[in-house]
Design a protein around this ligand. Sequence first.
Ligand code: AP5
Length: 192
Amino acid sequence: MALGHAEVLLLMGPPGAGKGTQASKLARARQLLKLSTGDMLRNHVAQGSALGQQAKAIMEAGELVPDALIIAMVKEAIAAQNSDVRVLLDGFPRTPGQAEALETLLREFDTALTAAILLEVNEDELVARLLKRAQEEGRSDDNEATIRRRMQVYREQTQPLVDYYAAKSKLRRVSGEGSVEEVFARITEVLL
Ligand code: AP5
């Protein structure tokens, strides 16, 4: 593994697929800056920033925050890296517009996407994981109605990116079922 060189990975998959869980492990293992747009937005909401105030109701409804706001937020975070771009994107891009903006942005930094990892998990398991987290953590978008809407939004707006990255030979499909360690081992293998 060529540490110290540019590397841009992204983790895709439906709500509850394990993007955040695996992103933390992968970022640590490969020394990448983890950029989770969901976490960044939740921080804005917690701080009551202007962006947070705009995003709160959208997130609680399970809809997507407008592309322009998300792209500006990611751009600022990537631009703050003062050496080779080494990032792990969790939950971004989520629309074709975001994917195109990412490509343009990486070109500005003289780099390109390394791989897009798609975590695949059956829907019953996804809903079960999120309802369990609702009991444990009380995240405001983890109620059954919003979970269903998040799934639908994923299918309509984000799933087209699977074909987009497959056409560019960047897509790596990984089963997200099984233990966290099993999934992590599979991801590590597709990145060899
Ligand atoms: P975001 O935070 O990205 O939420 P999400 O995509 O719905 O994903 P989750 O965080 O629910 O699941 P995950 O796949 O990360 O899985 P996790 O590891 O947490 O986005 C939230 C909202 O912000 C969006 O709805 C939207 O409004 C807005 N937003 C964010 N990004 C945006 C963007 N780019 N554009 C526009 N809007 C945006 O795991 C889930 C649970 O399962 C956890 O409890 C975990 O412990 C457990 N778990 C994980 N792995 C396993 C395993 N292998 N076995 C059993 N349990 C597991």
